[in-house]
Ligand binder design. Structure first.
Ligand code: ZN
Length: 285
């Protein structure tokens, strides 16, 4: 069995790839960077990945925090997706998030998620820090995932603060369109997703910062590095002498400080880096 047996050669998500024919093949101008990227991973004793919406778009999940994703067309984000807006009108929040929740439940990890899980399994990656709430890293097999914007794994009652696994509520909520209620007190359940203006989970963020500071390499995958905390973490790695590798379709403000910058589809580039430079290798000890 080859180490990459789980990573399909072709992107398995035709809807997401439609209209993007350039993503179907490796680009020669980025292809020449893969061996260098692989060498950087091999040479670094502690590496961490930082991922954003761009790693899940090949799985068909829109970048819901960005205007233009289609999810904000008829709503004011400050009304539906803030904590105060949620408490005032949970129905409006749930009506807004329902299509996104349905998309996430039906999505599958893509080759970029699988490549990061493979890197971790082979000892080349300590953790994934992600801005995504979609659980796709865990479903791809990543063990250590720091979800700085929360996740849809749990929901918490806004009255008694009891946490519930979200799975039993999710499917029903998507079907019947109601507002999920706490089985203990009947209060409204809020998914453990960080809303606009809400504080980020402190312990998770502390650990992400600690890892960023101690990493010899940060692999940025599918993040434009525009929003904090994603915008702060690469700076911590650089400040303590670590290096950056950036894989993102669009340029980022950190490109000039990175050792390797690959402007390509993460679902193409990350598996290619493994195939070209790290096949069969695992870190010993
Ligand atoms: Zn409750």
């Amino acid at each position: 069995m080859t180490p990459l047996a789980r990573v399909p050669a072709e992107p398995p998500y035709p809807e997401a790839e439609r209209g993007r024919p350039e993503a179907q093949r490796l680009r020669p101008e980025t292809g020449r960077l893969y061996p260098r990227a692989a060498r950087l991973i091999r040479e670094s004793r502690l590496s961490v990945a930082l991922t954003g919406a761009g790693i899940s778009t090949p799985s068909g999940i829109p970048d819901f925090r960005s205007p233009g994703s289609g999810l904000w067309e008829d709503v004011d984000p400050m009304e539906v997706a803030t904590l105060s807006g949620f408490k005032e009108n949970p129905q409006a929040f749930y009506d807004w998030i329902r299509p996104l929740a349905r998309t996430i439940i039906n999505a599958a990890p893509n080759p970029a998620h699988l490549a990061l899980a493979e890197l971790e399994a082979r000892g080349f990656l300590r953790a994934v820090i992600t801005q995504n709430i979609d659980l796709l890293h865990a479903r791809a097999g990543s063990k250590k995932v720091l979800e700085v914007h929360g996740h849809i794994r749990r929901a918490t009652c806004i009255r008694c603060y009891q946490a519930q696994p979200a799975a039993p509520y999710l499917a029903r909520f998507i079907e019947d369109g109601g507002v999920p209620r706490c089985p203990g007190c009947g209060g409204v359940l809020k998914p453990d997703v960080i809303l606009f203006g809400e504080q980020l989970p402190a312990l998770v963020l502390d650990e992400a910062r600690r890892l960023a500071r101690h990493s010899e390499l940060m692999i940025v995958a599918g993040s434009s590095l525009e929003v904090a905390p994603a915008a702060d973490l690469p700076a911590l790695t650089l400040a303590s002498g670590g290096r950056l590798m950036i894989v993102n379709r669009e340029p980022t403000s950190f490109d000039g400080q990175a050792d390797v910058v690959i402007h390509d589809d993460v679902a193409i580039a990350l598996p290619a880096i493994l195939t070209e430079g790290l096949t069969g290798e695992a870190r010993g000890g």
